[in-house]
Structure formats: C-alpha cells, structure tokens
Design a protein around this ligand. Structure first.
Ligand SMILES: [Zn+2]
Length: 265
C-alpha cells in the first residue's frame, strides 16, 4: 500500500513479521527506543531488547507493491545507490506526473540507444566524431592522452586546455590482465602519422601502472617526430611542504620549473 502523502510504502504490513538482522560479536547494549519506522516503513517498533553493538545491516524492506520493488531493485543496481536511496528515488518518481517520468525514462533509453564512442579519440559521443574532435577552433597539434572519459571532463573543467584528447581506456596493469593490446594505443600512433600533431601530453595517474603506460607509449611513439610531455607532478596547490611524501617532494625538486610571474602561462 502506497501512502501518497508521506510517500511511505507498506503502511499496514504486519508488525510481527520477522526482521533480518546481522548481529556481530559486540558488547551487549540496551537498545531502548530504537525506532525502526524509518527503515521498514510501517508501524513504529520500540524494541527494548538487549541488542548487540555491531548491528550494521538491516535488510528488511517490505514492499506491498511488486512494481515498486522492481523499480527499487533497478535503481539499487546502479553504482553508489543503496536500497534506501533507491526507494527514495522511486517514491519521488511515483508522485510525479506520468509524462514527467516518461521523459525521464526516454532520456535514459535514448542515451543508451544513441551513445557511441568517438572513432578518433574514443570519447563518448552522439555522432561519429565527438564535439571536441569536430571543433576546428581547437589546437589540432596537441593531443592530451588520458585514462578515461572523466579525465577529459576534469581537464575541460579547468578551461586551460584547447587541444585534442586521446582516451586509452585504462592503464597497463599486468596484475589485472590489462596489456597494451587492451588499450587504445595503436589508434594513438595512427593519429600521429598525419604529421599534424606536434606534441602528446601524457595526463596519466602518477602510479606504477601509470608510469609503465607512459614509458610504453613513449617508446612506441619514439621516432615519430612528436614531442612527448607529462603533466607536472609535485606539491598540490594549497598543500604544505612538510606534509608532502618524499616521492612527491623529490619529483617536485627534479621537475622544477622557472618562476613565472605571469601565473604560469
Ligand atoms: Zn573525439
């Protein structure tokens, strides 16, 4: 039963229904006055039994509607969405006008139907070429190599870069079974054959895997007449020197740059 005012489901479910608890080996504490109403959405239980301290997982979620339950399970399958958040979203949608929800679902379905990978840089795109690759105002002589799509978004948000991108799809990681063949490295080499690209900027995470990837790509692109650079690594802006780890501080010294009063331009 759906309470349209409160958005609560299951009002009227039998309060005596068994409750699933995950109880660990903690100290016994009195749990007087614990309200379970916000979790199971039915009549408030006031347990005063000696519960354990390590009560972490409360799994009961009573649904009186199979439709609601299926929608909650669909949302809960998304990364970062738990069952309670899923229920909140579903109840919100259940209170909207049907056409509003149809617009919502159509936007997602249309995205999935039409989204594709840019055939040049492997960014997400609505058409064969993404908006960045097809923007002729961008510097065609610069390619910034990144691991994933979100890196592109992060760099774009800075407003400091006007070149092109190339998305590898990850980094070389033998432990996880990712070799060069699994990454978009060959297509990067192919992009350089036209001779228009003058510099490749490696914007890869400063990890062992990242360094391995940079080393592999720099060897593969060696001899193609292209300058290869990496993004600067060192002390983060706002960070304090004494708290930096030795590796970061050491790299900052080695990769020092001339002081520029113009703000690093
Ligand atoms: Zn592209």
């Amino acid at each position: 039963m759906l309470d349209w005012e409160s958005g609560r489901v299951g009002a009227g479910v039998n309060p005596g229904r068994p409750v699933s608890w995950a109880v660990g080996k903690g100290h016994t504490i009195p749990a007087s006055g614990i309200s379970l109403s916000s979790m199971c959405r039915h009549a408030t239980f006031n347990y005063s039994l000696p519960f354990r301290r390590n009560i972490l997982i409360f799994t009961l979620m009573n649904f009186s509607s199979r439709l609601i339950e299926e929608a909650v399970n669909a949302f809960a399958g998304l990364p970062g969405i738990g069952k309670k958040t899923a229920l909140r979203l579903v109840l919100h949608l259940s209170r909207q006008q049907p056409e509003v929800v149809e617009q919502f679902t159509e936007a997602i379905a249309s995205m999935r139907r039409h989204i594709r990978e840019c055939e040049r840089c492997h960014n997400i795109s609505d058409s064969t070429l993404c908006t960045i690759c097809s923007d002729t105002r961008r510097d065609q002589s610069l390619i910034c190599v990144v691991e994933g799509i979100r890196d592109v978004m992060a760099i774009e948000d800075t407003g400091q870069y006007r070149g092109l991108y190339h998305i590898l799809g990850g980094v070389i990681s033998p432990i996880e079974g990712v070799g060069p063949a699994e990454l978009n490295i060959d297509s990067l080499a192919q992009r350089l054959q036209g001779g228009e690209v003058k510099e490749v900027i490696m914007a890869i995470s400063p990890t062992i895997e990242g360094d391995t990837t940079i080393f592999y790509i720099s060897k593969k692109l060696g001899g193609m007449g292209v300058k290869i650079s990496t993004i600067a690594r060192g002390i983060s802006f706002g960070g304090e020197l004494e708290y930096a780890d030795e590796l970061t501080l050491g790299r900052s010294i080695v990769a020092r740059v001339p002081y520029d009063r113009g703000g690093g331009q």
